[in-house]
Design a protein around this ligand. Structure first.
Ligand SMILES: *Cc1c(COP(=O)(O)O)cnc(C)c1O
Length: 231
């Protein structure tokens, strides 16, 4: 029987292999367990296997789990679509938001992040395959807004996030991830030294190996840790 614990061991082996193939150290890549639709009991199993960073897509669902698990000191990442009337909840309860897709969302998160908390870590979501079904900045838009977002108070612009189209072959999967890495380098050439981006949030169950080969620093894995979600 695959258990969450066994699944995490095999994902960690995959992560180590891909990092070693890329000449990178596995410590450079954070395994973010995507726990949308999973229970607090399942999250506790992952925690027992050493995972402390969790990604959630739906705010109400996430807030319940954050509350139930508050004694565990977990690191919560918001990775789902964020409406502007919900930014306050994200600003008050998460340590990261990966899905910033408009300047206005970043401004609201900055205004609403309590100044008693550490700065909120942000990634710009990039619609790297230019799909009408996906949200995110185009590369050109991201280049235009990055410096303004990086200068906002109470937040720290850390990097870029993308969800490419699904592709089966490793070499094909690498293409959009390479484009994201190059966009990060381009944005960094516009930013002051103290504001350089250090994060690429890319790679999921089906393509994390390709993402690590292209420089991912956070992989977001749900299915291969918790088993397939009910549809
Ligand atoms: C659901 C989700 C994931 C995890 O996908 P799996 O294929 O289950 O690993 C990663 N990132 C985002 C933004 C998601 O919504």
């Amino acid at each position: 029987m695959p258990t969450i614990k066994n699944n995490i061991s095999s994902i960690q082996r995959r992560l180590q292999q891909a990092a070693s193939d890329a000449g990178r150290t596995p410590n450079e890549v954070l395994l973010l367990a995507v726990s949308k639709t999973r229970t607090s009991a399942q999250i506790n199993e992952a925690l027992a296997a050493g995972i402390t960073s969790f990604g959630e897509n739906y705010l109400q669902e996430a807030l319940e789990k954050i509350d139930q698990l508050s004694s565990a000191k977990l690191d919560w990442h918001f990775i789902g679509p964020l409406q502007s009337n919900k930014t306050r909840l994200a600003a008050e309860s998460f340590s990261w938001v990966h899905s910033v897709d408009r300047l206005k969302i970043a401004q609201r998160l900055s205004d609403q992040r309590p100044s008693t908390m550490a700065p909120l870590n942000l990634c710009l979501q990039i619609n790297i395959d230019n799909e009408s079904s996906k949200s995110g900045f185009s590369p050109q838009q991201a280049l235009a807004v990055a410096a303004d977002i990086a200068s906002l108070p109470n937040i720290k612009l850390r990097g870029l996030m993308a969800i490419p189209q699904s592709r089966t072959e490793l070499e094909a999967q690498r293409i959009p991830f390479k484009q994201l890495r190059q966009l990060k380098d381009q944005i960094n050439s516009l930013l002051d030294n103290s504001r350089k981006l250090d994060t690429l949030s890319m790679g999921m169950s089906g393509d994390m190996d390709a993402a690590i080969l292209e420089g991912a620093t956070i992989v977001r894995v749900g299915t291969d840790i918790f088993s397939p979600r009910d549809s």
